[in-house]
Design a binder for this molecule. Sequence first.
Ligand code: FAD
Length: 464
Amino acid sequence: MTLDAFRNDIGSIAVEDNPKLVQKKSRDFYWYSPVLKRQLDHVTADLIVSPKSEGEVVEVLAAAHRHGIAITPRGAGTGNYGQAMPLAGGVVLNLAEMNRIIETSPVHVKAETGAILEKIDQQTRAAHGSEIRFFPSTYRTATVGGFVAGGSGGVGSIRWGGLRALGNILGLTVVTCEAVPRVLKIEGADILKVAHAYGTNGIITDVTLPLTAAYDWIDGLVGFPDVMAATRFAEALARQDGILTKEIAVVAAPVAHDYFPHYRRFFERETSLVVVIAAPHAMDALALLAAHHRGDLVYRSDTVPPEEKRQFPPVYELCWNHTTMRGLKVDPSITYLQTQYPDFEHVRRIHEMLGDEMPLHLEMIRFDGRIVFSGLPIVRFTSEERLEEIIAIHENNGCLVFNPHRYTLEEGGMKQTDAGQLAFKGEADPKGLLNPGKMVAWENPDYDFNQKRSWVFAGLQSMD
Ligand code: FAD
């Protein structure tokens, strides 16, 4: 059998074939979406293969090419769109064991793909007083390679933008899936071909990221009697050039109270929150601005006695998709969207139209040099038809939606594939074995590259 021949060829590299364990590692957080849950629940690989070095990755990819075995890479499996799910079965390539931090300096870190983001920060903080520029709220579990291949931005994106911005990834090493796999050093514009490509364009074996100065960041919560006042403050804070923040998010009432039990004692159910992370020297100015906006700084981590601190999760785990996760624990029927509102008026209009059917959750970020309202609103899900209507309401009112209920690169609206991307895939994966089913442009020769829509990772055309 082909799979047996493949196993035979990869010799002593660790393989798992226990169906229960294989199924467990064939999943990510796709179930956040009722649509993806329906579509992907049955998906499973045949084998999990866990290389420990770049050499072993080369061996696995050569054998996959020889025997026509599909390979779906996986870091920690915290992606939200079925990115790491093996639609065509075959092998899940578990890269978590390639987790060495290769080199560091005050301004950069080079780490193997499976290194956990928090571990990287711990090491660079201790060695140089430096930290990575931004991280997903899955900081404590996600791998650096998984973040680059499947993520977009997160805590720190208010200062540094996202992975899409030039300069936020310095270099990658990628192994191709060919008869004799090549090990490519990817730099400059070529990084855009591999970043956020779900591993369809090669297997990343290491990542080099730039660092920035580390601070003893302070967590804070600012309460407001209504969500639009909270949004006004969040925008004003985001625009303050002299207040160094790492995170600014708005979470509307009543979900802040309902979903954040650890912090509930500090505010009423009617309170909408602005969750902030700021540098210690910025806290006085932040408090001043909050008072000016009639906000109530109800919690700051630097005033909590050390023995009490352990009961509070870091506030970044109230933000990004952790807000949704905390919501799902309280009410499994909810879901979410990924949106972008160009300005305050757009947020207000959508909130007036949808009210508590879509409690607001906004993340303030830099996007192409501007401060924008990135939305991860909670949706009180009733049906797939209504979800589509809510998406249409956004689009008809000039707001972007990056649909988290789609598993292909293009349909989610995150990654624009273009002719250059496709040509690179042709070279790096001529048999189309890497994460099959995720790149529409590869599967469909009639794919229209010139769709009039907005993308988070827009490709090289957008550099002008
Ligand atoms: P995985 O989920 O294992 O993989 C992600 C994608 O990359 C998959 O397509 C996989 O096939 C591919 N891949 C993995 N490793 C490689 C490799 N070595 N070479 C090629 N391809 C590879 N995302 C954000 O961007 N920002 C957030 O703030 C954020 N918050 C989240 C909060 C929660 C609660 C959850 C569940 C998810 C969140 N995510 C967020 C999504 C996800 O956690 C991040 O993108 C994370 O960085 C993914 O890392 P991972 O190691 O889990 O990758």
